[in-house]
Design a protein around this ligand. Structure first.
Ligand code: NAD
Length: 373
């Protein structure tokens, strides 16, 4: 009964427990919402210490996907899968093909993707069993590395934040401090330097990534100081939970807007604390939706230009969130939740389950090249 209560409390539609001892598969697929479309979300492979830990993770993450898709304006619901295992030792073709059959059994209510511990090879194995998978290789219509699209979306979010705060979205001469110069952080730095003529500070823990960014024109600062740089914008692009009761009082920026997931250590407490300090916080699931926009476009025939153009929409989404936050005097994370919930409620009233046939047709068309090979 506890699980039913949990599902009811968080609003989940389905939870599928997948077991196949022959291939060592233990997995959970959670479909949080299919109101706006099929629940899309990655399959995470992780050596969870207990079933409870895995279940908590999949319920939380799948719900997060519903909000991200809704606020981004995509015709997707929210879903996620966790596979209990160690990606270093347990990744086998048999396991992922079996997992693919479980995904297939949901008939398109859940579409899987890459996540922590899974990769293109895993998606290809899944694809041999079901068309309900993204992140496959380019020959099967895959979209490749999402980070340039994510970085471009983050740039749109930063520009919208500037517009809201200063009345102009020009970042020329503005100072931005990027925590983490990896896939997203590096591309973001290049956009800021080359297209926006901004001043960019950066920090990382990896020497190669620091060298690459320095060469592009980023001024490197010690990693312990990056959140405290005297600047206009801090862009967290490394780790989650970096905004807490220790870091928030030390921020010297006016805007926090970056790609990292779950930046607020405690959503309610720290979301409120940033708000009360008068710092504009771009909710992470709004600003980092470029990755999701990217795989979404796989479903209708991938084209990078189109995905980039769609990521521009993050600009207006962000402005809308700030307007709600301003009008309702609420922290921005709460305004973003509100925006997502309103869209879901509107569609639920209008056209429940209307998307089904459209998506099934789209995916069947996409599956054709595989059958033709
Ligand atoms: P990445 O692993 O390529 O980059 C992260 C970088 O942060 C690495 O270079 C790492 O060395 C650095 N780092 C780690 N600890 C650090 C520290 N204490 N201080 C400074 N740097 C540190 O990952 P990525 O793909 O660039 O993603 C960055 C963040 O954005 C992650 O939180 C990810 O979940 C999120 N995100 C990424 C995408 C995407 O498309 N890649 C989409 C949505 C969200």
């Amino acid at each position: 009964m506890e699980l039913f209560q949990q599902m009811a409390g968080m609003g989940h539609e389905r939870v599928l427990f997948c077991s196949s001892p022959e291939v060592g598969l233990q997995a959970i697929i959670a479909v949080h919402s299919t109101v706006l479309g099929p629940g899309l979300g990655g399959a995470r492979m992780f050596p969870y210490q207990s079933m409870d830990e895995a279940l908590t993770d999949v319920l939380r993450l799948s719900r997060g996907m519903t909000y991200k898709a809704a606020v981004t304006g995509l015709n997707l619901g929210g879903g996620k899968a966790v596979i209990l295992g160690d990606p270093k030792t347990d990744k086998t073709e048999a396991l992922f093909r079996t997992f693919g059959r479980f995904v297939d059994s949901l008939g398109g209510l859940y579409i899987t993707a890459e996540d922590v511990g899974t990769d293109v090879d895993a998606m290809e194995w899944i694809y041999t069993e079901t068309p309900w998978v993204t992140g496959v290789s380019a020959v099967h219509g895959g979209s490749g590395d999402p980070s340039p699209v994510t970085a471009f979306g983050v740039l749109q979010g930063i520009k919208a934040s500037a517009r809201f705060l200063w009345g102009s979205d020009s970042l020329a001469g503005r100072a931005v401090a990027i925590q983490g110069l990896g896939n997203v952080g590096y591309h973001l730095g290049k956009f800021l330097l080359e297209d926006e003529k901004a001043k960019v500070f950066g920090a990382d823990v990896d020497g190669d990534r620091i060298a690459r960014a320095r060469e592009a024109g980023v001024e490197i600062v010690p990693k312990e100081q990056i959140l405290e740089v005297d600047c206009d914008v801090v862009a967290p692009c490394a780790l989650g939970a970096i905004l807490d009761d220790k870091s928030i009082p030390k921020l010297k920026c006016k805007i926090v807007a970056g790609a990292a997931n779950n930046q607020l250590a405690d959503e309610k407490r720290d979301g409120r604390a940033v708000h009360d300090r008068g710092i504009l916080y771009a909710p992470d699931f709004v600003i980092n939706a470029g990755g999701l926009i990217n795989v979404y476009h796989e479903l209708t025939g991938y084209n990078r230009e189109r995905a980039m153009r769609a990521a521009r929409g993050i600009y207006n989404n962000m402005l809308r969130v700030y307007e709600i936050s301003h009008d309702e005097a609420m922290p921005t994370y709460q305004a973003a939740d509100r925006l997502a919930e309103e869209r879901i409620a509107r569609v639920q009233r209008m056209a429940p389950q209307h998307w089904g046939q459209h998506w099934k047709k789209t995916i069947r068309e996409r599956a054709l090249p595989r059958n033709g090979v």
